[in-house]
Design a protein around this ligand. Sequence first.
Ligand code: ADP
Ligand code: MG
Length: 418
Amino acid sequence: MTYQALDSESVIDYLKDRSALEEVIPNRDDLVAKEVGDGNLNLVFIIESQGDPDQAVVLKQALPYLRVAGDSWPLTRERMRFETQALLKHNELAPGLVPLVYVSDEDMSLVVMEYLGNHRIMRQPLVERRKFPHFVDHISTFMARSLFFTSDLYLTGVEKKEFQAKFINPHMCKIQEDFVFTNPYMESAENQWNPEIDAEVQAVRANGELKLALAEMKESYMTHGQALIHSDLHTGSVMVNETDTRVIDPEFAFFGPMGFDVGAILENLVLNYLSHYAHTPDPDERAEYQAYLLEMVRDVWNEFARKFDAVWAENNCGELMPTKYWNFPAGEEIFAEFRRRYIQKILHDAAGHGGCKMLRRMMGIVNIWDITSIEDLQKRAVCERLAIKIGSRWVLERGKISSVDDLIRIVAEETKAA
Ligand code: ADP
Ligand code: MG
């Protein structure tokens, strides 16, 4: 089939012909579709059977341009191939933590997947101070397994490079290179920020030490092809309910630094923490929920580190380094030390990349709803100034971070007076 962008009618004709959907929607004669993409990039349709709304799927299709900017900004549809490949890999490595894939169609640049009708994008319920008792366990498993099993720690050098070759994702990488690491910190037409924090934004752009560190983080992103990373793992890419967690939207996936994914989760939790200075005026309610969020930051990292270490110790069959290499009298301890240092480096990268991402949300093209939903610009500025201070310190002090408690301490120190 040659590519055509679907609409809420043609999408129904398309699905009628898919025999692969036989089990999910056996009756495809009375389908209704609605387009729900609140995203910046693609079309997302929910299609359900009128007779039985439990029979439903989601179809996501890439457009040949960036949706948010209209057709003035061409963007290759190939991004759907990366998203589909990553979803399939994640289903294999972290089953139950991503949507099932029913149909993938490269010509049409689309994927048909499980409809997560009982889930919500995580940002909003976090602003409502909801709690997710399984999130830490789920997201730490997702990260430990998706990162470990696509790295040189598990794959042979040949396997890893052949797999990596399928994930050279130049155009999506370019978006992150520009909009996470470069443009927010210099003059660039698309940047947007709260006028109340203009002085702080200008100070970041003139801070030599910080700009040096940001440049180093960009170099890490561009060259440190450690594992298949999701590369856009913010709380807008996580759908949750009380019992279940799913990671969606891996169209930026490529081989990059593991700390970029881990840092994204930690940083988004901290930004949500800060947003409660405006969203939750009652000081007791606020303190209680903020403590919950910091606990989550601590637990996500600690559980990730523990699971990553365990899965490595049990599955050390990758190119780096074979078990036999550690086969000498003190070998077991030295291998454990190698793992400890490796995981420590992931923490440093998580701090650096998380810090960058915190800063770019304050002064780049894409801000986040947790904070932009604060209507009073002065109240919003209170959160944003704190984010700039914390983000800057995470980046600058990344090399000295010895445990996640150091990251939390920085948050506590900067918010003490708030
Ligand atoms: P984009 O890449 O364009 O940002 P997303 O993959 O983030 O698109 O999807 C946009 C929105 O569509 C999500 O925020 C979510 O509300 C909804 N969505 C995406 N996938 C699913 C799904 N499998 N089930 C239910 N809703 C989904
Ligand atoms: Mg997306």
